[in-house]
Every structure is written in structure tokens, then in C-alpha cells.
Design a binder for this molecule. Structure first.
Ligand SMILES: *[C@@H]1O[C@H](CO)[C@@H](O)[C@H](O)[C@H]1NC(C)=O
Ligand SMILES: *[C@@H]1O[C@H](CO)[C@@H](O)[C@H](O)[C@H]1NC(C)=O
Length: 241
């Protein structure tokens, strides 16, 4: 099998996979959009929060449609040895590739601000801990689940509503003392319970590794597809002249 035949075959197979993947995304997105409640029953509970938002299925449908279009272009372009389709395929992937790079740079630039924004929001709001029920419950369950205390540490609760109302006590999660011991400043200090910000960042860090792995994979596939398309295009161009 010659180099060209192999490249052509690879291109057709890859694009058939893209086509099937895209069609599946469109089907899933449409299903969720039309009959979301029955679809959600098949999913693990944590997905429920995400599929509830209408823009997730719409995003699936858009992404799927682009993949179907790309699959058809690449498949037909390679199969029919059409330079025109191949260059269209190449251009679309190039546009997607450049957009992704731009989005990545924006995300990187904004990620340093996220820290500041969160800090400025969380610190004053923690002073109202124990006053507003919705917020208190949310923060309480966060601290219980993640085993953390405050934004930075227990001192975030000093002068808080909870602290003043409970005779200068910190929330129970801020102390590692056995049940029954009040969570006074001294106990909280020696307990060294880590702040929730640190806990959340390490949690996000784990997901960032996953996101980077996916991003690297997608980038590699895009580069390979562009290289294949341009190789086929140049070969056909050579043959024509
Ligand atoms: C937070 O939850 C714990 C149990 O998980 C409870 O004992 C405590 O009273 C709650 N604190 C507030 C302020 O609601
Ligand atoms: C609590 O966090 C603040 C802000 O990061 C820091 O200045 C302070 O020293 C910490 N206190 C303790 C007891 O760790």
C-alpha cells in the first residue's frame, strides 16, 4: 500500500469516526432537549445538574453538527480525491484550532483574576455566617464535605454573626476536638483545619489535569487531521500538474 493510499484510507476512517461521533452528539442533544426528564433518569446523579441547563443540549447539537459537517467534508474529500473539499476541511479545522488557542489564552489570563474575585466576595460574606440560612447551609455543607474551615482559615469567622451569637465559638468543622468540646479560638488554632479555598483549588487542579489531557488529545487530532488533509491536497496538486 502506497503512502498516498494509506493517508487516504486513514483520512476516511478518522472522518467516519468524527461523523458517527457528531451524529451521536446531535441525537443525544435532541433527545435531552425534547424529553430531558426521561434521559436524565439514565444518567448518574452528578450529571443531573448539568443537563438541567438548556444550553448544554444546544451546545451538544452545535458541536455535533460541526463534527458531522467536518466528517462529511473529510470523508468525501479523501474518497473522491477532491482538492476543493480537502481545502475546506483544512480551513474549518484551522479556524477551530485558532479559536481554541485564543480561548485558551483568555482563560489563562482570567484565571489569575478568579482568585482575587473569589477572595473579595467570600471574606465579607463569611461574616454573615449563621445569619442568612441559604448561604449558611451552603457553606456549612461545603465545609462538612470538604473538611475545611473558612476561606483561608478559622479567623475568617472572627467577628462573624455566628461567632458573636454562639458565645465566641467557631463552627464545629473548624476544630478537630472530640464532640462535646466547644470550638473556641484555642482549639481552632491548634486544629489547623485547612481553608476551603485551598481545598477547592486542589480539587480544581485535579480536574485541570483531566481538562489538559483532553485538550492535548483534541489538539493532537486536529494537527494530525490538518497534516493529513494538506498532504493529500499537495499530492493531488502534484499529480494534476
Ligand atoms: C452545620 O452543620 C452541622 C452538622 O453537619 C451542625 O451541627 C451545625 O449546627 C451547622 N451549623 C450551622 C451554623 O448551621
Ligand atoms: C489565617 O489566614 C490569614 C490570611 O491568609 C493569615 O494572615 C493568618 O495568619 C492565618 N491565621 C492562622 C492562625 O493561620
Amino acid at each position: 500500500m502506497g503512502c498516498f493510499t494509506f493517508a487516504k484510507f486513514t483520512m476516511v476512517v478518522i472522518n467516519l469516526l468524527i461523523l458517527v461521533g457528531g451524529a451521536s452528539l446531535v441525537a443525544i442533544g435532541t433527545w435531552v432537549l425534547i424529553d430531558g426528564s426521561s434521559f436524565i433518569k439514565f444518567l448518574v446523579p452528578f450529571m443531573t445538574n448539568y443537563t438541567k441547563h438548556a444550553n448544554v443540549p444546544v451546545f451538544f447539537i452545535c458541536l455535533g453538527s460541526v463534527m458531522v459537517l467536518l466528517g462529511i467534508l473529510g470523508c468525501c474529500g479523501a474518497q473522491k480525491e477532491s482538492k476543493c473539499l480537502l481545502i475546506m476541511f483544512f480551513s474549518i479545522i484551522m479556524i477551530i484550532f485558532i479559536s481554541e488557542m485564543a480561548a485558551g489564552i483568555v482563560a489563562l489570563v482570567y484565571s489569575s483574576d478568579t482568585k482575587e474575585i473569589l477572595r473579595n466576595w467570600a471574606l465579607p460574606v463569611l461574616k454573615k455566617y449563621g445569619k442568612e440560612e441559604v448561604f449558611t447551609d451552603l457553606w456549612n455543607s461545603t465545609m462538612t464535605t470538604l473538611r475545611c474551615c473558612g476561606f483561608n482559615n478559622y479567623t475568617d469567622f472572627s467577628e462573624s454573626y455566628f461567632y458573636e451569637q454562639n458565645g465566641r465559638l467557631y463552627p464545629p468543622t473548624c476544630c478537630r476536638t472530640p464532640a462535646g468540646y466547644p470550638c473556641v479560638e484555642e482549639n481552632a488554632f491548634f486544629s489547623h483545619v485547612v481553608g476551603c479555598y485551598k481545598k477547592i483549588v486542589s480539587g480544581v487542579q485535579m480536574n485541570i489535569n483531566l481538562v489538559s489531557a483532553v485538550a492535548i488529545g483534541v489538539t493532537a487530532i486536529e494537527l494530525a487531521a490538518m497534516a493529513l488533509a494538506i498532504y493529500l491536497y499537495c499530492y493531488l496538486d502534484d499529480k494534476a500538474t
